[in-house]
Design a binder for this molecule. Structure first.
Ligand code: UD1
Ligand code: UDP
Length: 378
C-alpha cells in the first residue's frame, strides 16, 4: 500500500466472536501507531454476549455498534440490517480503507457496503477456500465474495496466497502475514492459569468439544454427539468439557443427546482467555470450528475436525488435524483410535504449526503504513 504524509483512517468492521478474537489484536497494533493511523472500530453486533466478552479481554471499545443481533436471526436479517446501518457510518467517516475479517455475514455485508461506496477493502484472513459453496455454508460464499471486492489481501498462509493467485487477484496486493489468531494466543495463554473445571478434569484426559456450523444443525449434529458419548462411555479415563454456542438449535441438539452423562459437562461459552487456556491444557479437541483448528495446532493439540471439508488444509498436511466428517461411525472410529493408539496420538500432537508465528498484526500494520515486510513462511 502506498504511504501518504497524513494519517490514514482505517476502519475495522467485525461482529462475531471469532472475528473479534482475530481483529482485536490488530486494532491494538494499529492504535499503538499513533502517528500513522486514525483507527475507527465498528462492531455490527451480529453476536452480542459472545462478542462483548472478547472486546473486554482485549480492552477494545467500539466507536460504533450497529446492534443488529436478534434471536433466531436469519441470513436475510443479518445482511440487510448491516448493509443499511453501516452505510450511514461509512458515509460519515469516509475511511481510507476498511478492514474486514474472514467469512461471516458481517464480513460479506460490510465488504459489499464498501464496494457500493467505492471504499477500498482490506481482507484479513483472505484466500481460504474449500471451493464447495455448501460447505461451510454460507461462509465459502462470503469469503469468495469478499475477495472479489477487496483491494488488499492479507493471506494467512502460502496456500491461501496461491488460491488468490489462481483466481487472478492482483498479485502485488496479496501478502502472506500468518494468522492473527495465533497473535491472540500471546495475550491469553498463561502459565499460571487455574480454573475449577480444569481441577475437575485433572485426573483424566481432558476432551474439549465445540460445534455450531449451520450445515451441521439437525441430523449431523446428533450423529456427532452420539459418537462422542459412545466413545467416552467406553473410556473411563476421559472427561469432556463442552462450552456450548448460544444458538438455541445447537443447545437443543446437545442436551437431547448428551444430558445425563456425568463425565461430559456442557457449560456456558467461555471467555476467550479461559477458552485458550482450556485448549492449552486439553488432551484432544473435537470441533467443527474454523479458528479452533488454527489455535489448537498453534498449541500442539490434536484436532478431530467434525466437518466434510476444511479450508485450513495446511493442518491436515502438517498432521495436527484429521478431517472426520459428521457420520457417527467415522467419528467413533477416529476418536477411539486417538485414545487407544499412543503412536497415532503422538504423531498428531508433535506435528508443527503451519498457521503463523504471532507477528501477523505487525505485518499487516506495516503493509498499511507502506513499509516492506518479510512474509510469513512456515
Ligand atoms: C456465525 C457465522 C459463522 C461463525 C460463527 C461463530 C455467519 C453466517 N455465520 O454463525 O461463520 O463461525 O458465527 O460463532 O455469519 N447468539 C446469542 N448470543 C451471541 C451469539 C449468538 O444469543 O452472542 C445466538 C442467537 O440466537 C443467534 C444464534 O446464536 O440467532 C446464531 O448466531 P448467528 O451469528 O446468526 O450465527 P452463528 O451460527 O453464530
Ligand atoms: N471460543 C471462545 N469461547 C468458547 C469457544 C470458542 O472464546 O467457549 C473462541 C475460540 O478460541 C476461537 C473462536 O472462539 O478463537 C472460534 O469461534 P467459533 O468456533 O464460534 O467460530 P469459527 O472459528 O468456526 O468461525
Amino acid at each position: 500500500m502506498k504511504s501518504r504524509t497524513s494519517k490514514k483512517k482505517i476502519m475495522l468492521v467485525f461482529g462475531t466472536r471469532p472475528e473479534a478474537i482475530k481483529m482485536c489484536p490488530l486494532v491494538n497494533e494499529l492504535k499503538s501507531r499513533h502517528d500513522a493511523f486514525e483507527v475507527v472500530v465498528c462492531v455490527t453486533g451480529q453476536h452480542r454476549e459472545m462478542l462483548d466478552q472478547v472486546l473486554r479481554v482485549f480492552g477494545v471499545s467500539p466507536d460504533y455498534d450497529l446492534s443488529i443481533m436478534k434471536p433466531s436471526q436469519t441470513l436475510f436479517d443479518i445482511t440487510c440490517d448491516i448493509l443499511t446501518r453501516l452505510r450511514t457510518v461509512l458515509e460519515a467517516e469516509q475511511p481510507d480503507c476498511v478492514l474486514v475479517h474472514g467469512d461471516t455475514s458481517t464480513s460479506f455485508a460490510a465488504a459489499l457496503a464498501c464496494f457500493y461506496l467505492h471504499i477500498p477493502v482490506g481482507h484479513v484472513e483472505a484466500g481460504l477456500r474449500t471451493y464447495d459453496l455448501d460447505s461451510p455454508w454460507p461462509e465459502e460464499f462470503n469469503r469468495q465474495a469478499v475477495d472479489i471486492v477487496s483491494e488488499y489481501y492479507f493471506a494467512p498462509t502460502l496456500l491461501s496466497k496461491r488460491n488468490l493467485e489462481n483466481e487472478q487477484k492482483k498479485v502485488s496486493n496479496v501478502y502472506v502475514t500468518g494468522n492473527t489468531g495465533i497473535d491472540a494466543l500471546a495475550t491469553t495463554v498463561k502459565q499460571d492459569y487455574e480454573n475449577e473445571y480444569l481441577e475437575w478434569a485433572q485426573d483424566s484426559h481432558l476432551i474439549l468439544i465445540t460445534a455450531h456450523r449451520r450445515e451441521n444443525l439437525g441430523a449431523p449434529m446428533h450423529d456427532m454427539f452420539r459418537a462422542i458419548r459412545r466413545v467416552m462411555e467406553e473410556h473411563p479415563h476421559t472427561k469432556a468439557l463442552y462450552p456450548i454456542h448460544m444458538n438455541p438449535a445447537v443447545r437443543e441438539a446437545a442436551h437431547s443427546v448428551l444430558d445425563g452423562f456425568d463425565r461430559l459437562r456442557i457449560i456456558e461459552p467461555l471467555g476467550v482467555l479461559d477458552f485458550h487456556n482450556f485448549l492449552a491444557r486439553s488432551y484432544l479437541i473435537l470441533t467443527d470450528s474454523g479458528g479452533i483448528q488454527e489455535e489448537a495446532s498453534g498449541l500442539g493439540k490434536p484436532v478431530l475436525v467434525m466437518r466434510d471439508t476444511t479450508e485450513r488444509s495446511e493442518g491436515l498436511a502438517a498432521g495436527t488435524l484429521r478431517l472426520v466428517g459428521t457420520s457417527e461411525n467415522k467419528i467413533y472410529d477416529a476418536f477411539t483410535e486417538l485414545l487407544d493408539n499412543t503412536q497415532s496420538y503422538n504423531a498428531m500432537s508433535k506435528a508443527s504449526n503451519p498457521y503463523g508465528d504471532g507477528r501477523a498484526c505487525r505485518r499487516i500494520a506495516d503493509i498499511l503504513e507502506g513499509k516492506e515486510i518479510q512474509e510469513w513462511i512456515v
